[in-house]
Design a protein around this ligand. Structure first.
Ligand code: PLP
Length: 452
């Protein structure tokens, strides 16, 4: 048998980096900086919550592979489930066929998500989960005869993914402005991150927008409790429940994008649970498979499903689907991941672990160039400013967030900023010692980068 193409012994680290620079275009990356100014980290293996590069150096992963990993990288049960399924059937299509893991996973998701979410449409990633939700919501309203309900309400600074539909409901100018001519119309209101309590002042803009546009809205889409990519911005508790009530009053569908918040990151399995809210559509991806394979799901209520359920000739079919929809290996990994979460009662252990993290973070909140530390569960954003007292940010080209992560890397920890917001988003499986180390290194790195 020939040597595996993936056996690193055949290659030297320098040529691997050179090939990366020559052939790979990295996401959300200015490739000139990547190729000319940055040290390229090539990961070869993962063990627990650590990543090991091709030189054998170990790093604690403080961002759970961009918010996806739940149980660490080499969980034996998830690996075994994937191996078992590979041997049986790596893939078959859901167009015109069903497969066992996707049936079992859909059933499980209907059981563990908020009441009323009964139907599961699979896709591959967070952006497609959102794209599917938007298309289902729109088509649903058309087929209900509510043709005037053609608009979406979404939030300023929102991030729902990178496909054109999900960008249309996004609100991060830096990422989205250039595509403006390609996007569909949406109505935007600010995410209530400036408000600490959900009082009348906080709710007024929402009430006004529903009064004015309620009858033309197909749906509203929100990142529940926390806006992730805009910098871990927190909505006050109670806002989501009020939004649900307004949606009910005005017959507007509520889409909760739990791509980032789902599978425990906010301290409950789903963020919606904290406000006892059941959305009409829910988007899941990232942590669904424990973070090991790209599977996403859009869950819908019976009412929505019924708007599509008709005679063949009615043409009310949802004409949407991806080649890898319902991939059996991914669904097997997801089933194993959920089984571990349940059997090990991982959500029950979260409050104590979150409290420990909160206490440890206090040592960061008091630093000279930290303007705010925001935390909900294991989602943490540490905002850096040149002068927190007068709100003066660092100049864009200073790349202060990036300098912090370079310092962290020297100390054996991987984190990734959102601009000048240092994000910590550990896997649920991270040990208490690892959590402490993550925060301590983040603190040392902020001091080293901002006070040098
Ligand atoms: N929705 C939210 C809230 C997200 O945070 C993200 C990604 O960070 C997405 C959607 C897009 O997910 P993906 O990167 O898997 O397309």
């Amino acid at each position: 048998m020939c040597a595996s193409l993936l056996d690193m012994n055949q290659y030297n680290p320098e040529e691997m980096v050179a090939w990366d620079h020559h052939y790979v275009w990295h996401p959300f990356t200015q490739m000139k900086s990547w190729c000319e100014n940055e040290e390229t980290l090539v990961i070869a293996r993962g063990e627990g919550c650590e990543l090991i590069d091709i030189q054998g150096r170990r790093y604690l992963d403080g961002i759970s592979a961009l918010w996806v990993n739940v149980h660490g990288y080499d969980h034996p049960e998830i690996n075994a489930a994937m191996h078992e399924q590979i041997d049986r059937l790596p893939h078959s299509t859901l167009l015109g066929q069903a497969n066992v893991p996707s049936i079992l996973l859909a059933k499980k998701l209907a059981e563990i998500t908020p009441a009323g979410l009964e139907k599961v449409f699979f896709s591959d990633n967070g952006s497609t989960a959102v794209e599917v939700a938007l298309k289902i919501a729109y088509q649903c309203r058309q087929q209900e005869g509510q043709t005037q309900r053609s608009k979406f309400l979404s939030f300023g600074d929102a991030y729902h993914g990178d496909t054109i539909g999900s960008v249309s409901v996004g609100g991060i100018g830096l990422f989205h402005a250039v595509y403006h001519p390609l996007l569909f119309e949406r109505i935007e209101i600010p995410y209530p991150a400036e408000h600490k309590t959900c009082d009348d002042a906080c709710l007024q803009p929402l009430r006004e927008v529903f009064e004015k546009h309620g009858s033309e809205l197909a749906a509203v889409i929100i990142e529940p409790l926390v806006q992730g990519a805009s910098g871990m911005r927190l909505a006050p508790i109670g806002y989501l429940r009020e939004l649900r009530a307004l949606c009910d009053k005005h017959d507007v569908l509520l889409i909760c994008d739990e791509v980032a918040t789902g599978f425990g990151k906010t301290g409950t399995l789903f963020a919606c649970e904290q406000e006892k809210v059941s959305p009409d559509l829910m988007c899941l991806a990232k942590g669904l498979t424990g973070g090991v394979l790209p599977v996403a799901a859009t869950l819908a209520t019976q009412r929505i499903y019924d708007a599509f359920y008709d005679e063949y000739a009615s043409k009310k079919t949802f004409f949407h689907g991806h080649s890898f929809t319902g991939n059996p290996i991914g669904c097997a990994a997801a089933l194993a991941s959920i089984q571990i979460l349940e059997r090990e009662k991982m959500m029950e252990a979260m409050p104590g672990r979150i409290e420990r993290l909160t206490k440890r973070l206090q040592a960061i909140a008091s630093l000279k160039h930290v303007s705010e530390v925001r935390q909900r569960g294991f989602m943490v954003g540490i905002e850096l400013m040149q002068n927190p007292a007068n709100g003066e940010p660092y100049p864009y080209e200073t790349r202060m967030g990036h300098r912090v992560i370079e310092e962290a890397r020297k100390r054996g920890v991987i984190i990734r900023p959102l601009g000048d917001i240092v994000v910590l988003m550990p896997a649920l499986a991270m040990t208490e010692e690892q959590l402490d180390r993550l925060v301590d290194v983040a603190r040392e790195s902020i001091v080293a980068a901002t006070e040098s």
